[in-house]
Design a binder for this molecule. Structure first.
Ligand SMILES: Cc1cc2nc3c(=O)[nH]c(=O)nc-3n(C[C@H](O)[C@H](O)[C@H](O)COP(=O)(O)OP(=O)(O)OC[C@H]3O[C@@H](n4cnc5c(N)ncnc54)[C@H](O)[C@@H]3O)c2cc1C
Length: 275
């Protein structure tokens, strides 16, 4: 929140009018947009930069192509003993059905996240059983938990999918950050990728306003190259695990066809994940 407040202050000090309304709907009209907000405001705009993260509010934007259906189940515990452990050590283990990590904050909050393919609903007891089974074959995370002897409490399931919008620009709009594409947690670069893409998108919009009609097309090209590079690196990291090459989770991620299929999807949403 402090970061968002700082960004709002910079925008306001550079002449932007900052509204804290929630956007409820957004639809095309003629060449522009009508955006309706939670306070009943109706805003007409000839150009919108969509920077609203993973959940679309605008109708009519091209679909996002889902590369996978990764989800993360998160457990936390307070472990005061961990305040003496060096900050920033991430304990990672791979599993036949996914991978997991544990991380302690400097204030002693331990979080454990188990990543799996989220294509099936699981009951709370199935989830706890899977965590227990995972810990029996996750040497790094289980060693940390053994040392601290705490009871983990479940904190919820989060989407961690990699997805790519077929195009991030059209007449009167661009989408930036997670609204354009998302990267998986193994890359540990969601904020970096989203920020770099948003800064480049904003600069391209300014170039367009200054009369450069090709600026957004160049921006889209950079975005596609960046995402292709992410997918290559994602495949290379997942390919390093050789123990479970016949397991569906690993097969889907080690397939060479992912890159071509994702970037050639043209914004259509496949019925099933590509990988
Ligand atoms: C559980 C989880 C853990 C993550 N951990 C990491 C990590 O450790 N490191 C890392 O680099 N990345 C991490 N990521 C990814 C990272 O959070 C995102 O890639 C990054 O925040 C994307 O930035 P963004 O600005 O595009 O979208 P967001 O951060 O989602 O920001 C979108 C903004 O739009 C606003 N908004 C949305 N809808 C509306 C609406 N209808 N009206 C008005 N405002 C709206 C939201 O309130 C928000 O302020 C994680 C993601 C998840 C889900």
């Amino acid at each position: 929140m402090a970061y968002e407040a700082a960004v709002s202050n910079v925008a306001a000090s550079n002449g932007a009018e900052v509204l804290s309304d929630h956007i409820c709907t957004a639809g095309r009209h003629g060449g522009g947009w009508t955006v309706r907000t939670s306070t009943g405001r109706s805003i007409v705009a000839d150009f919108v930069v969509w920077a609203n993260g993973r959940i679309d509010v605008a109708r009519d934007l091209p679909f996002r192509c889902h590369i996978d259906r990764l989800v993360g189940d998160v457990w936390c515990a307070y472990a005061p003993v961990l305040t003496s452990v060096p900050d920033g050590v991430v304990h990672v283990d791979s599993l036949p059905w996914g991978w997991m990590y544990a991380l302690a904050s400097p204030k002693g909050v331990l979080s454990v996240t188990l990543f799996t393919e989220g294509d099936q609903k699981v009951t709370p007891s199935q989830r706890e059983t899977l965590l227990e089974e995972s810990l029996t074959i996750a040497p790094s995370v289980s060693a940390l938990l053994r040392d601290v002897q705490v009871k983990l409490e479940y904190r919820g399931r989060h989407s961690a999918v990699s997805c790519f919008r077929g195009t991030s620009r059209g007449v009167g709009w661009i989408a930036v950050g997670d609204a354009a594409q998302t990267v998986g947690p193994l890359s540990s670069s969601g904020i970096g990728v989203a920020t770099a893409n948003a800064v480049h998108g904003a600069e391209s919009r300014l170039e367009m306003l200054a009369g450069d009609g090709a600026a957004l097309a160049r921006h889209e090209l950079v975005r596609r190259e960046t995402y292709a590079s992410y997918l290559r690196s994602r495949a290379a990291y997942y390919a390093m695990e050789r123990r479970w090459t016949s397991e569906p989770f690993w097969q889907r991620r080690q397939s060479a066809s992912v890159l071509a299929a994702a970037l050639n999807s043209g914004g259509r949403s496949p019925a099933r994940p590509i990988s």
